[in-house]
Design a protein around this ligand. Structure first.
Ligand code: SF4
Ligand code: SF4
Ligand code: SF4
Length: 787
């Protein structure tokens, strides 16, 4: 994108005279190879009709966490049993408003992160710094930005203009949550979809900036492997722990280490997305673990300095850091922690105050300065702290366990209902194994240690960690660092097989680490689909957790499977803000492989993806508002998302009714006729209770109207096979997905034919339409009534 700059030495008219004027006026966009599409810079109303098409197929099903609304002072209002609030709002509208609020918060968080990142990188590298996410192999460098805004960004400075648009939309969306604005739940839902779409643009901007300016791997399927796990940290060295999402301060720590030749003398490890992005910056950094490992790592005392930036950081991080005498540096105004801002103070003074214990923590808003302070403080405190942690030893655990009265209070507050009293009973007898068995299922929330929970004030989280010492020492795995974008070349290679259904599906497994079961469940699920030749993409804490598991050959899945976007490939795109590479791959299939216009052409591309690209998202341990906006960006593209049991706390599902035949018609773009294609995909957003349920749903939700008979038969084969394995029986809805005899998996033919006969199944008259939900895309009009 270019701005128009002009300079006027002297301009004189009847009423004024200007000399030496230099100005920049607005912005104009370079010519695309293709003409602008119909919807550049869409506002909240632009895709309302498209959203209603989806929301008519996938009706919201609300799961209120409580019956009250207390958002304004006219409340609190009881919205149960059809009652309305004092402002006239009903329960459905209130629940959808909360969905919108959550998505808007998520989108604002990513956009704010992007703005901060871009401003910092522009000030360091200049606004003309060129964007490069994969050289000539990634010519479509910003699929979301181009699709939504019509802008083709070339430089860091161009990203600021995209962010202007993103921020404007988020402001409008947030304003819709105010009392007395929207009153219709479906319109709230449509706005939540808008927040999701905008969020993927905001995240894309953030990752484009950091990939380009910090020289992260650029669409590299062979990006390097790094260590993950607490056991991989060398505790004989000073350790700096970074937590959060904004990588520049962490990168500055490494730069300072490197400049001083200290890379091998200090361990630099991270938690959450800062860790993932730091390993994209240097493969000398290590990943300590996902966000749920904050407490255990801090309490272990391994970290000599803790550096926090933004998002998903424990609010009590300063208290926890003080307990282990580890100084804390906050590098972001979003997370002051009540600490003094010492950005302008002399570095030597700050270092001395922290090393001598006069200051438990400081705010430093300059990345380079924070980097220097972190390194010098780590070296200064290392000999003094002697890694003092607060994790109890075995003998202490046994002593504590004898105090447990088995009141069950801790178990009741545990989100995973872990059998803590039982494990404490065994520990009192000297058997720590049951406590250690809880290690992988404990999400480190600390609720069991909350005020008033345990009558004996037992620190159960620390007790679990203490009982798991030997396990933690062995916690050494490998993760392939985030590769960023999917290359255009890869899209060209797999676009056909995906759209035909011959690659059975693309799975995006993303999100937080708030797992209902063991953190290994993600990897166990994913390995099944890698073996089945699905393409698996991942980001964020999910990407770490997938690495923290060894298969029967003793390899992490990143070591066992290729990093290419291809059948059987495991693709780590990077951190949370790398999610648009996953949704962007679907967009690129439509634009690069199918040659649909990309420029400002959202609705057509979403229609293409929904009907043709067998993709499904899973967020097994989704926790945050960001997870909801990420999911929402997938929904608007018509891509289904599955969440685990805690996901029902997002308060609503988008469920298809497979028994309602009228919901499952598409228009055949060749003839204009309406054609029944079955419930494909059946749901847009669903939470399930078990990983087995999720694994059965995944291949089913990859079914699309466009599948060829070969593709449909492959997908059905996976669906039926997994259903039989986990439920011991054939699914009861096969007849809805078999269009012709050729769709039937050959090895199951007799069994399926019998069921089809029982159900009165008839072969479809138009098994392979050119499916669309948009009448304007019909090339030859039918009678309009679908007959
Ligand atoms: S926003 Fe409406 S429903 Fe909520 S408390 Fe205020 S008046 Fe009641
Ligand atoms: S810290 Fe672990 S054991 Fe304690 S409540 Fe949270 S998940 Fe349960
Ligand atoms: S709350 Fe304390 S006393 Fe009660 S069961 Fe748990 S550990 Fe035992």
């Amino acid at each position: 994108m270019k701005k128009a700059r002009f300079k006027v030495d002297e301009l004189e008219s009847d009423i004024f005279k200007i000399t030496g004027l230099e100005a920049t006026v607005g912005a104009f966009y370079e010519e695309w190879e293709e003409a602008p599409g119909p919807t550049p810079m869409p506002d909240i109303s632009t895709f309302r009709d498209w959203d209603r098409i989806l929301l008519n197929k996938y009706k919201p099903f609300y799961l209120p966490l409580c019956d009250l609304c207390c958002l304004c002072t006219m409340g609190k209002c009881d919205l149960s049993k059809g009652k309305k609030g004092a402002c006239g709002l009903d329960m459905a509208a209130q629940q959808s408003r909360i969905v919108l609020l959550s998505c808007a918060i998520g989108a604002a968080t990513h956009a704010g992160h992007g703005r901060h990142m871009v401003e910092e990188l522009v000030s360091k590298f200049g606004s003309d710094y060129p964007l490069d996410v994969g050289g000539l192999s990634v010519l479509v460098e910003a699929p979301h930005t181009r699709l939504v805004t019509g802008i083709k960004p070339r430089t860091l400075g161009d990203l600021e203009d995209v962010l202007d648009y993103v921020e404007k939309e988020i402001t409008h969306l947030l304003s819709c949550c105010h009392t007395g604005q929207e009153g219709d739940n479906i319109d709230f839902e449509s706005k939540a979809f808008h927040a999701g779409m905008i969020d993927h643009v905001g995240m894309e901007i953030c990752d484009l900036a950091q990939i380009s300016a910090l020289n992260f791997p650029k669409a590299d399927p062979e990006a390097s492997m790094v260590d993950v796990g607490m056991g991989s940290i060398d505790i004989t060295k000073p350790v700096i722990l970074v937590i959060g999402h904004n990588v520049p301060p962490a990168a500055a720590i490494f730069d300072y280490m490197e400049d001083g030749g200290l890379e091998d003398s200090i361990e630099l490890a991270g938690i959450c997305c800062t860790a993932l992005d730091l390993t994209r910056y240097t493969n000398k950094a290590k990943i300590a673990g996902p966000l749920s490992h904050q407490l255990r790592f801090v309490r272990s005392g391994i970290a000599d300095v803790i550096v926090v930036d933004e998002q998903c950081i424990r609010a009590d991080i300063l208290d926890e850091a003080k307990k282990v005498k580890a100084p804390l540096i906050s590098t972001h105004y979003k997370n002051f922690q009540g600490l003094p801002n010492r950005t302008e103070d002399p570095t030597d003074e700050i270092v001395s105050d922290m090393v001598e214990g006069r200051s438990p923590g400081v705010v430093i808003l300059d990345s380079d300065k924070a980097g220097e302070v972190a390194v010098r403080v780590a070296m200064g405190v290392f000999p003094k702290r002697k890694k003092s942690g607060i994790i109890p030893e075995e003998s202490e655990i046994i002593e504590y366990a004898t105090k447990c009265t088995k009141c069950l209070s801790c178990q009741r507050v545990c989100p995973n209902y872990l059998p803590l009293p039982e494990a404490m009973e065994a520990a009192a007898k000297g058997n720590l194994q049951p406590l250690s068995d809880l290690y992988e299922s404990c999400i480190g929330c600390g609720r069991c240690e909350g005020e008033g929970v345990c009558p004996n004030e037992l620190k159960l989280h620390s007790i679990i960690i203490g009982a798991s010492r030997s396990k933690i020492k062995e916690e050494r795995f490998k993760v392939r660092v985030g590769r960023g974008a999917i290359s255009d070349t890869e899209i060209r290679r797999v676009g056909g097989p995906i759209v035909m259904g011959e690659i059975p599906g693309v799975i995006g497994i993303v999100g937080c680490s708030n797992y209902p079961g063991s953190w290994k469940d993600n990897a166990i699920m994913i390995e099944e689909f890698l073996k089945r030749r699905f393409i698996v993409t991942t980001t964020g804490c999910a990407a770490m957790n997938i690495g923290m598991y060894k298969n029967e050959d003793g390899l992490s899945l990143y070591e066992a499977y290729s990093g290419a976007f291809d059948a059987g490939g495991l693709v780590n795109c990077g951190s949370c803000v790398s999610n648009p590479h996953i949704s962007g791959a679907a967009i690129k299939i439509a634009s690069i492989f199918a040659k649909r216009k990309l420029n400002s052409n959202y609705e057509e591309i979403a229609d293409y993806i929904h009907n043709r690209v067998g993709a499904v998202g899973i967020s097994w341990g989704a926790m945050s508002q960001k997870a909801s906006s990420i999911a929402s960006g997938f929904w608007r593209l018509g891509i289904p998302v599955i969440v685990g049991p805690h996901g029902s706390k997002y308060r609503r599902a988008l469920l298809g009714r497979k028994d309602k035949e009228e919901n499952w018609y598409v228009i055949d773009a060749r003839t204009g006729k309406r054609v029944y294609t079955g419930p494909a995909p059946e749901h847009l957003f669903i939470s399930v209770e078990t990983k087995e349920e999720a694994m059965t749903l995944i291949p089913k939700l990859c079914i699309r109207p466009n599948d060829t008979t070969k593709g449909r038969s492959i997908k059905l084969n996976h669906y039926i096979d997994l259903h039989k394995r986990f439920y011991g029986a054939m699914p009861d809805d096969i007849q809805l997905f078999v269009r012709t005899m050729a769709d039937i998996p050959i090895t199951m033919k007799d069994e399926i034919l019998e069921i089809l006969k029982e159900k009165g199944w008839k072969e479809s008259e138009v098994p392979a339409p050119d499916p669309t939900l948009l009448p304007r895309l019909v090339r030859k009009k039918g009678d309009g009534n679908g007959s």
